[in-house]
Design a protein around this ligand. Structure first.
Ligand SMILES: [Ca+2]
Ligand SMILES: [Ca+2]
Length: 164
């Protein structure tokens, strides 16, 4: 039968070359898509880690009293507050920073290696903000935690803490 004979016919060199070319284009496209996908995933992972590092430190700062129990009013650590564990007010964290490789949690335990590729810093600045729920302008402290990659990308989370 004519159809069967046709199916058994050998491929010509031109057909093989075209097929090979199509296959190599398809392979390149797939490899590019996979590589781009991996880079995107890695980037999303980095962003998630940076955000987590910023959020957890912001929560730690916000867990402290607005007014220093010792009556200290200077922004930044007060006398004797040489470690983060000694900070006893929101403002004490002003100027606090950690370098990549030295990031630790509230209990001074080092974070896993995957979280060590960032710098982390806190600023606490006296400011006046309009707070609708407090009936307008209110004095307080603007707390900002900035997490940055050594190559310059930064992530900042901020919160206004109204004076009591
Ligand atoms: Ca203090
Ligand atoms: Ca202080």
């Amino acid at each position: 039968m004519r159809g069967e004979r046709r199916r058994q016919r050998a491929f010509t060199l031109a057909e093989v070359l075209i097929a090979a070319a199509i296959l190599s284009f398809a392979t390149i496209a797939i490899v590019q898509a996979v590589t781009a996908g991996q880079a995107e995933t890695l980037d999303a992972l980095k962003r998630a880690r940076a955000d987590a590092l910023a959020q957890v430190l912001l929560e730690e700062v916000l867990s402290k009293p607005y007014t220093d129990p010792d009556g200290d009013t200077a922004f930044g650590p007060d006398a004797g507050e040489t470690t983060r564990a000694a900070f006893d007010a929101v403002d004490d964290f002003h100027g606090y920073n950690e370098s990549a490789g030295a990031l630790a949690d509230q209990a001074a335990a080092a974070y896993p290696t995957a979280y060590q590729g960032f710098n982390r810093a806190v600023s606490a600045v006296a400011t006046t903000n309009s707070v609708a729920s407090l009936g307008g302008d209110h004095t307080g402290v603007q707390v900002a935690v900035t997490v940055s990659e050594p190559n310059g990308r930064t992530w900042t989370v901020e919160r206004f803490v109204p004076a009591p």
